[in-house]
Ligand binder design. Structure first.
Ligand SMILES: *Cc1c(COP(=O)(O)O)cnc(C)c1O
Length: 404
């Protein structure tokens, strides 16, 4: 064994760019939905690496996949193809509307590919006038300059100089606003089928169908960003499968790799033809290690057992949050779907979501926020019920501290 340098949270401030402000402890080990920090303190993980660790930490099927692949082949580049990438693409296309897959390394990159493809499709099929991209306020699509511009949060997109043009926003769930903006010059509408980062905002019953109809009327592509909602998160492989609406392009990441970086853009045969050789690419996209892990995740997640389990756990988590709220009166609304749940704070606790996150850490439970007013829960899709019960016990103690 080589001796590794010992590190502390203080060192972060000396050696890292200050764009993050991580928690005071450093987790060092995880198993299922539990984590341990440097001091050996245990945490129940309701954060799931921000909707990434869909099978918890160190799931045996994922460990096996990475061990096996790590002894065969790590990287080739796209000068060559590889078996895990083709297998994963076959499984993704068999399980969805899509005929074709482009692999990337993150959600932002999958969305970047989606947007570039939409623009190229519009240019070649219709002409230069068809370039408008419409997206929704409070949307989040990643941190590249194009995706952050399409995302509806000026705090993330402003202050970096001139942005990519012809991108406009309307409020989510406001079909009339979309109707008055969309035209034959619209190239694509990009949306999350349930807004995650923006505050766990559920679409109204007919909203998504209405967006699809408007896109059809104006020959615009509908792009679903399922980076957070996808891969079982809401109880089906992708959220669109429960909405009665099919997108033209879909972006997947986060849970897709279960903790290994990978992104994918899915689309139809006809649209895919516009990404001709040389138009787009990525050194690591379709990396064999990433695809081998994602294939293992797919095989576990895309089963009736796991997907039905997500709905069962959703009910359980919501019951616990309701019970806690009946006692402490901190939430206005408990919402979301599957293992993507938001507890929106009431007026009295406005702007204090982070206090609940920090109090949770102190009590041994990890939760997330989604903006200043929503406490977010995105645990593993297979979190044991005993861990939900224990984690909620700890979260209740955290709520009692903040409320008291
Ligand atoms: C997290 C997220 C992204 C960005 O994914 P990265 O892997 O961080 O680039 C994009 N869209 C949605 C909906 C997300 O939740």
């Amino acid at each position: 064994m080589t001796d590794k340098m010992s590190v502390s949270r203080e060192m972060f401030n000396d050696v890292m760019v200050p764009n993050y402000n991580p928690a005071a402890m450093i987790p060092v080990k995880g198993e299922g939905s539990r984590l341990w920090d440097q001091e050996g303190r245990e945490y129940i993980d309701f954060a799931g690496g921000i909707a990434v660790n869909c099978l918890g930490h160190c799931h045996p099927a994922m460990v096996k996949a990475i061990q096996e692949q790590s002894q065969k082949l790590w990287h080739l580049s796209n000068v060559f193809t590889n078996e895990p990438a083709i297998r994963l693409a076959k499984k993704l296309t068999d399980a969805t509307f899509a005929d074709r897959v482009y692999f990337a390394n993150s959600g932002a990159e999958a969305n970047e590919a989606a947007l570039k493809l939409a623009r190229r499709w519009a240019l070649e099929e219709h002409g230069e006038h068809k370039k408008q991209i419409i997206a929704f306020s409070k949307g989040f699509h990643g941190r590249t300059f194009f995706t952050v511009t399409v995302g509806g949060q000026p705090a993330y997109s402003d202050g970096f100089g001139p942005k990519p043009g012809a991108v406009e926003h309307v409020p989510y769930n406001d079909l009339e606003a979309l109707k008055s903006l969309i035209s034959d010059n619209t190239c694509a509408v990009m949306m999350e089928p349930l807004q995650g980062e923006g505050g766990v905002i559920t679409p109204d019953a007919d909203f998504v169908k209405g967006v699809r109809e408007l896109c059809d009327q104006h020959n615009a592509l509908l792009i679903f960003d399922e980076v957070q909602t996808g891969f079982g998160r809401t109880g089906s492989l992708y959220a669109y499968q429960q909405l009665g609406v099919t997108p033209d392009i879909l972006a997947s990441a986060k849970s897709l790799g279960g903790g290994f970086p990978i992104g994918a853009m899915l689309t139809t045969d006809a649209i895919a033809q516009h990404l001709k050789p040389g138009t787009h690419g990525s050194t690591y996209g379709g990396n064999p290690l990433a695809c081998a892990v994602a294939e293992a995740v797919f095989d576990v997640v895309n089963t009736d057992d796991v997907l039905a389990g997500v709905k069962h756990r959703e009910a359980l988590v919501k019951e616990h949050l309701q019970r806690i709220n009946d006692k402490y009166h901190v939430f206005d609304e408990i919402r979301g779907k599957g293992m993507l749940i938001g507890a929106a704070l009431n007026e009295k606790f406005e702007g204090r979501a982070r206090d609940f996150l920090q109090a949770g850490n102190a009590e041994g439970v990890m939760v997330l926020v989604a903006g200043p007013n929503v406490v977010r829960f995105t645990p593993s899709l297979i979190i044991p019920e005993t861990d939900i019960v224990e984690g909620m016990k700890r979260f209740e103690q955290a709520v009692a501290k903040v409320a008291g």
